[in-house]
Design a protein around this ligand. Structure first.
Ligand code: PXG
Length: 454
């Protein structure tokens, strides 16, 4: 596998269809080929070093190059590379991981259903939710309420649960029985209110939608504690407690999609603990293995298990790789490292607050309308006029310009429309945070010059 950049790009353009990509445009431009990584740095085929401000895709929480994980994977492949959990079978890595997850998750969770991704976990949860109400003799309770601009994956159910208009426009989505309400995006939607007031207003959209549909038809509400792919939308602190109150008032299930927030990103093990609510299901993936193996899961609360397990009957659902032994063994070692190195406490009390303090310094930049963040996640809203909260006319163009400057200057910072977002590895040191913020400022300057702001 020793080719030069040009050769990689030609083969890539000819044979490889990338996710979320304009195939034709990329084939013309050529991909950036990442060849190796160490700690918090990526290295590309041109020998350039790039600071990874996104932990891969929100997942490499313990950083790259951890030999312990490679060793565990090799050992597991020699001992038992594969066996399934269908037909009354099981194996130690999956059982052990299920036990550890019961320990790490909030007290209402003691059971997990393994998948290979967050998308599959959300498909699983949608089916479990409907089966739950079915078993309770209320099959008409089948509608799931989600939010506009949510991201819950790319399978048919995942993309339907998500609220991305561009995804819905391709392939006849959403599938029936899924509806969307306003997202709790104070900076865009709450100009006339304090964050606290707006949080309540946004949460009450759920009650309005339930009343409109009829509570007897509504099965569940799903939300990311913080919307990641939607642009790191951090709801006001009044939002989640009110959502929980409404779910309880109407007796509907509450699903927290913890694919990004889970495993320490916010400075708590799970985002619901940061915001103080108790979901009935949690979607998990990404940080569970720090990306060293594909793995996801649906955490099932006791309330749901009482019915799904308690009432018996086969649940006709599962994947060949559900609870894959190598993925589970790697997850166990990854979680042991997160615990041993106290990475969650560190995100809450040490490196997280340091990142947030330095990140906030960017608020004085003429392009930056809002700086937000918590733990090891953050966002900058780039705007045309910060005083009047005026967005750019062609939303998205400025974000792309800034993102390209970041790449050219050795930093991965993602753009969602004109929102610049970061979710760096939890193992970052202060010097890495300093480098990230300094590079971000430099790229904001370059962007401001290009778009004529400031
Ligand atoms: N839920 C959430 C909250 C996610 O962020 C998924 C589900 C789906 O997980 P899988 O493992 O099926 O990808 C995700 C994934 C982006 C981006 O552009 C984010 C994700 C995936 C791809 C791109 O920020 N998150």
């Amino acid at each position: 596998m020793n080719r030069n950049t040009r050769e990689w790009q030609e083969l890539d353009a000819r044979h490889y269809l990338h996710p979320f990509t304009d195939f034709r445009a990329l084939a013309k431009e050529g991909s950036r080929v990442i060849t190796r990584a160490e700690g918090v740095y990526l290295h590309d085929s041109e020998g350039r070093q790039i600071l990874d401000g996104m932990s891969g895709l929100w997942c490499v929480n313990i950083g790259y190059g951890r030999a312990e994980l490679a060793d565990v994977a090799a050992r597991q492949m020699r001992e038992l590379p594969y066996y399934n959990s269908f037909f009354k079978s099981a194996h130690p890595p999956a059982i052990e991981l299920a036990r550890v997850l019961a320990e790490l998750t909030p007290p209402q969770f003691k059971r997990v259903f393994f998948t290979n991704s967050g998308s599959e976990a959300n498909d699983t949860i949608l089916r479990m939710t409907r089966r739950y109400w079915d078993l309770l003799g209320q099959p008409q309770k089948s509608v799931v309420i989600s939010r506009i601009n949510a991201y819950h994956g790319s399978t048919m159910a995942g993309a339907s649960l998500g609220g991305m208009a561009a995804m819905h426009a391709q392939g006849g989505l959403p599938i029936p029985g899924i509806v969307h309400i306003e997202q709790p995006y104070w900076y865009e939607n709450g100009v006339d209110a304090t964050p606290a007031e707006y949080g309540l207003r946004a949460a009450r959209r759920l009650a309005e939608k339930i009343e409109e549909l009829g509570p007897e038809r509504v099965a569940a509400f799903i939300g990311e504690p913080i919307q990641g792919a939607g642009g790191v939308i951090i709801p006001p602190e009044t939002y989640w407690p009110e959502i929980q109150r409404i779910c309880r008032e109407y007796g509907i299930l509450l699903i927290a999609d913890e694919v990004i927030c889970g495993f320490g990103r916010t400075g708590r093990w799970f985002g619901c603990e940061h915001f103080g609510f108790e979901p009935d299901f949690m979607t998990i993936a990404k940080g569970i293995t720090s990306g060293y193996q594909p793995l996801g899961g649906a955490m099932v609360s006791d309330r749901v298990a009482e019915v799904l397990v308690g009432k018996g009957g086969e649940f006709h659902h599962g994947y060949t790789w559900s609870g894959h032994p190598v993925a589970c063994a790697v997850a166990l070692e990854n979680l042991a490292i997160v615990r041993r190195e106290k990475l969650v406490d560190r995100a809450r009390e040490d490196i997280g607050p340091y990142l947030q303090k330095r990140w906030q310094e960017l608020a004085d930049h003429p392009l930056v309308g809002e700086v937000r963040g918590v733990g090891m996640i953050g966002a900058l809203e780039l705007v045309a006029h910060k005083g009047s909260r005026t967005f750019f006319r062609n939303r998205g163009d400025t974000g792309l310009i800034c993102r390209d400057h970041c790449f050219a200057n050795g930093l991965v910072m993602r753009a969602v429309r004109d929102t610049m977002i970061i979710a760096p590895p939890l193992v970052m040191e202060r010097r890495h945070v300093d480098e990230l913020v300094e590079k971000a400022r430099k790229c904001l300057d370059l962007t401001a010059r290009d778009v004529g702001v400031g």
